[in-house]
Design a protein around this ligand. Structure first.
Ligand SMILES: [Zn+2]
Length: 124
């Protein structure tokens, strides 16, 4: 596309003409929806973390976290940033609960195995 004021060729997605500085057709002045930052996908990081947490830690909270992360991605695609942020926050919380629960359970299991092992060693 080309600058409306001076006719210079413009790259897609630029907000201002590099030649004369006029707002381009994609810019905030021409299209109010272009102001929304489309590259922000807050749910994706927590989706990966929650999948790992589900595999290695606690399934229940991990799956809740995955669902929230997916809902957050859907909301961010719709441009509903407030909803995306709140779902991502829940996904983040669920990841840490899953991670913490998994950690405590692994330590408890390890401690129990040591305790049983020490008890059995005492018999012989
Ligand atoms: Zn121009």
């Amino acid at each position: 596309m080309y600058c409306e004021r001076c006719g210079a060729p413009l790259d897609d997605g630029v907000n201002f003409c590099p030649n004369c500085g006029a707002p381009s057709g994609d810019g905030p002045g021409a299209n109010p929806y272009a102001v929304v930052p489309h590259n922000k996908d807050v749910g994706s990081d927590y989706l990966v973390l929650n999948i790992l947490a589900t595999i290695f830690c606690c399934r229940i909270f991990g799956i809740i976290g995955i669902v929230c992360a997916i809902l957050s991605r859907g909301a961010s695609r719709r441009g509903d940033w407030a909803d995306a942020a709140s779902k991502a926050e829940t996904a983040r919380l669920m990841f840490w609960i899953a991670f913490g629960t998994g950690l405590v359970m692994n330590i408890a299991y390890f401690g129990f195995a040591l305790f049983v092992g020490a008890g059995e060693a005492g018999y012989y």
